[in-house]
Design a protein around this ligand. Sequence first.
Ligand code: PBG
Length: 318
Amino acid sequence: MTTFPVTRLRRLRRTSGLRGLVRETRLDLDEFVMPLFVGPEALTNPELPGLARHSVETLGAEADELERLGVKGVILFGIPEEKDEEGSGAWDDDGVVQRALRELQGRNLVLITDVCLCEYTSHGHCGVLEGEHVDNDATLELLARTARSHVEAGADVVAPSDMMDGRVAAIRDALDDNGSQSVPVLAYSAKYASAFYGPFREAAESAPAFGDRRGYQMDRANVREALRECELDVAEGADVLMVKPALPYLDVIRAVRERFDLPLAAYNVSGEYAMVKAAAQNGWLDERQAALETLTAIKRAGADLILSYWTKDLAQWL
Ligand code: PBG
């Protein structure tokens, strides 16, 4: 091996052109998905514009703008007018996400829906309760019903985020029985119980009324368990795996990438976005550079597609 002074790694860093030629990881808008919140009324969020809430009526204009900017995919989260014990608003054919899906038809956007009950239950947990415990098996049928209703309203992809055991199989079965064999399931396979969901829960009004989600979301200390979650989701028929959050779990993204050949998504969650925004608003860092560095790190770790609140900004930055 040659060493200094023959070898000088700075030679390829000298100009922006040279750096571009040898760059190993690139960001491409095609692999980004913009989360969109839709509720009974539009609410702006000046501190966190990516977490603003649309109404079904204002959503169309936002989607037009995203499409014009070149964004290719969105994931929808619904905030219903009313919540109940079971979360029945989730599978209401006239529910907020279902109406939003009908509103968004005919555009050149991949419509992904988050399949979960926490935004729809009065207690804020991701499934039906049996005492203080979320009843796994009773929840599966409700998730399957929700996914089927989203697909009937026009969803292109369904993404279960509840972390119940067996949900991918339950959803796959329900879709296939309904003639929707061609709709892929993007599984939130390794979803950790995380402090970084805070701003999302504010926007989606989905914080649990008691307790926390550690009885179903993963323990932050575990990586082998994430691989088992992925293995089960593959066996149950998942089409895309996902790790969430992204930035504090880059090692998990890398481990999943090395073990599985399925496309891998990563969710750059609300808290990851909010902490950069807050620091930038204080003048402590440059938002654009910090965002590009964060997203590049997630891709470098092995993600193929990224769900990020920066997607709209990215469309203007790239
Ligand atoms: C629903 C869901 C959550 C997020 C995505 N889907 C919240 C949670 O599990 O508490 C979080 C996304 C984010 O923070 O950006 N279960």
